[in-house]
Ligand binder design. Structure first.
Ligand SMILES: [Zn+2]
Ligand SMILES: [Zn+2]
Length: 223
């Protein structure tokens, strides 16, 4: 297993604010976007991949907001040319359709940055599980996290199933779900309180922090 990621993992866990894997993923995302719009310009292998996979709506928007119009124009120039090649084939038969459909779909439905994130995140999951298993201090640090978002919790659990000895399942589950469950319970009860406020019988009850229940719940669920 590659353990070179233990330093960024420790740094993210030391923050103890929000989901530590969200912080790691946000940092990766910024680094990946900066790479695509910078050094990757000179890397033919990466260009082949960005031409093939393109970018999802979110990452195109992020690139646009980076205000680097020339690198973005160059990325788009070669990506659109690649897509165009699938639309201007001379010899067309039934046999070519699946491959062409696949090429077009990959160019517009896939994303180079999302692929990079997924790949790196899987290494983070493995490292996190390994650290939790072998390092008691990291285990304490895990329990001190504010919470793990549902997205990364699912990732951690599915990797733990493959990489963790069975006898540690229950403890691993508890250390990673307890805070998230408590937070979700609070969000859920605030949503109920908010919904109840539409009933005239409860209209004058103070809402307190349930005032932003909808925004808070959506924010938590869509991390
Ligand atoms: Zn997260
Ligand atoms: Zn993406």
């Amino acid at each position: 297993m590659e353990t070179i990621y233990t330093i960024p993992i420790h740094e993210a866990y030391e923050v103890k604010c929000g989901c530590p894997l969200c912080k790691l993923e946000d940092d990766l995302e910024i680094a990946s976007l900066e790479y695509v719009m910078g050094a990757a310009m000179m890397e033919p292998d990466v260009r082949i991949e960005t031409n093939r996979y393109g970018f999802c709506k979110k990452h195109f928007r992020d690139m646009l907001s980076m205000q680097k119009k020339l690198p973005l124009a160059l990325v788009l120039e070669s990506h659109t040319k690649e897509l165009l090649s699938a639309l201007t084939q001379q010899k067309i038969g039934k046999k070519e359709f699946p491959a062409l459909a696949d090429k077009i779909s990959t160019a517009v439905d896939d994303c180079y940055v999302c692929r990079q994130l997924k790949d790196r995140l899987s290494k983070y999951y493995s490292n996190v599980i390994h650290l939790w298993l072998v390092d008691p201090e990291f285990k304490d640090l895990t329990r001190e996290q504010e919470y793990f978002c549902p997205h990364h919790l699912a990732g951690l659990l599915s990797f733990a199933k493959k990489e963790l000895p069975k006898k540690f399942f229950a403890d691993f589950y508890k250390d990673h779900t307890e805070k998230t469950a408590a937070l979700l319970e609070k969000l859920s009860s605030n949503v109920s309180k908010f919904a109840k406020s539409f009933d005239h019988r409860f209209a004058n009850d103070p809402l307190g922090d349930a005032k932003t229940a909808i925004e808070d719940a959506i924010d938590f669920l869509s991390k």
